[in-house]
Design a protein around this ligand. Structure first.
Ligand code: ATP
Ligand code: MG
Length: 280
C-alpha cells in the first residue's frame, strides 16, 4: 500500500503571528514588508489557500447555525491595495446568506449629521453572521486626520472611542479582526498605471486617488499610529504584505480560520428525537 501524500495544509503549518501589530508597542509600517511569501512555494500556497477557504465556508455555516456570536472583519488599505480582489478571492465561496460586505465611502449628509460610529454600528453583523467592512470607522481616525477634515481635538479622541467600541463588541459577542493590506508607493504606481493602460480598467481609475497618493507619507504615519494604538488581543490588526496576491489571500484566510476555530461555533442540538420522526 502506498502512503498517501501529506495534505498541503499539513506542510504549511505557518504562523500568522509575525504579521500581528503587537499591542502596546510603538509601531511603524516602515518596519513591515509589503512583499513576502513566507518562504512558501507558490503552488503549495495556492493549494493550501483553497483548503483553508473550504474550512472557512464550513466554519461560517456553523457560526450561522449557532446564531450566538458574530465575526467582524475590517479591511483597510491605500488605494489600489487590493481590497476588492481580496474580498472576491477570500469570501467569494462563503454563503452570501450569512456574510455581508459593506463598503464605506465618504459620509453623506445624513451620516455626517450623526456621530461617526452611527453608520458603522448600523452595519455590524448580527449574531450568526460575518460582516466585512471595506473601509470602516478607521477612516474617521486616519483620513479625517490626514486631510484635516476635522480639528485635531476631534480626531485625536477617536482612537479611544474606537477602542471602547471594539471592547464593547467583544463583550457582547462580536469578535473583530482587522487587516491592513500593505503595499509600497512604487507598487501603487504600477497598479494605478495599469488602470490607465487597460481600457477595461479605466472605470477603476479615479483622479482623486492621485491627491491621496500625494499624501502617502502622512497616511503611512497616521496608519502607523492608529494601528499601534488599536491592536488588542480581542481585536488585533494584521499587516498583510499585499503585493503577492496568493500570499495575501492565504494569510488572511489562515487568520480567519484560526479566529473562527478559536470561537468554535457549534450548531445547536436538536430539541427533538430525529429517530422518532417518520416522514410519510
Ligand atoms: P475603489 O476605489 O476600489 O472602488 P474605495 O474604497 O477606494 O474603492 P472610493 O469611492 O474610491 O472607494 O473611495 C472612498 C473614499 O471615501 C476614500 O477616499 C476614503 O478615504 C473616503 N472615506 C471613507 N470613509 C470616510 C470618512 N469617514 N471620512 C472621510 N473620508 C472617507
Ligand atoms: Mg478608490
Amino acid at each position: 500500500m502506498t502512503e498517501a501524500s501529506p495534505a498541503p495544509l499539513a506542510k504549511i503549518e505557518f504562523d500568522a503571528r509575525p504579521y500581528i501589530v503587537n499591542p502596546g508597542k510603538r509601531f511603524s509600517l516602515h518596519d513591515r514588508a509589503t512583499r513576502d511569501d513566507g518562504g512558501l512555494d507558490k503552488q503549495l500556497g495556492k493549494d493550501a489557500f483553497e483548503l483553508l477557504r473550504d474550512r472557512l465556508v464550513d466554519l461560517q455555516e456553523n457560526l450561522y447555525a449557532e446564531q450566538k456570536r458574530a465575526l467582524l472583519v475590517v479591511l483597510q488599505a491605500m488605494d489600489a491595495g487590493g481590497k476588492d480582489s481580496t474580498l472576491k478571492a477570500v469570501f467569494g465561496p462563503v454563503d452570501p446568506a450569512g456574510c455581508r460586505v459593506k463598503g464605506f465611502k465618504k459620509p453623506n449628509d445624513e451620516e455626517l449629521a450623526h456621530d461617526y460610529l452611527w453608520r458603522v454600528h448600523h452595519w455590524l453583523p448580527k449574531r450568526g453572521y460575518i460582516g466585512v467592512f471595506n473601509r470602516s470607522h478607521y477612516e474617521d481616525a486616519v483620513t479625517v486626520a490626514v486631510k484635516s477634515l476635522a480639528p485635531k481635538k476631534v480626531w485625536s479622541r477617536r482612537v479611544g472611542h474606537i477602542n471602547d467600541f471594539e471592547r464593547m463588541l467583544a463583550d457582547e459577542g462580536t469578535t473583530t479582526v482587522k487587516f491592513f493590506l500593505h503595499i509600497s508607493k512604487g507598487y501603487q504606481k504600477e497598479r494605478l498605471q495599469r488602470r490607465l493602460d487597460r481600457p477595461d480598467k479605466h472605470w477603476k481609475f479615479n483622479v482623486a486617488d492621485l491627491d491621496e497618493r500625494a499624501r502617502w507619507e502622512q497616511y503611512q504615519e497616521r496608519y502607523s499610529e492608529v494601528l499601534g494604538q488599536t491592536s488588542h488581543k480581542h481585536a488585533p490588526w494584521y499587516v498583510v504584505p499585499a503585493e503577492r496576491r496568493w500570499y495575501r489571500n492565504l494569510l488572511i484566510t489562515k487568520v480567519l480560520v484560526d479566529t473562527l476555530e478559536a470561537m468554535d461555533p457549534r450548531p445547536p442540538k436538536a430539541d427533538f428525537d430525529p429517530s422518532a420522526i417518520v416522514i410519510e
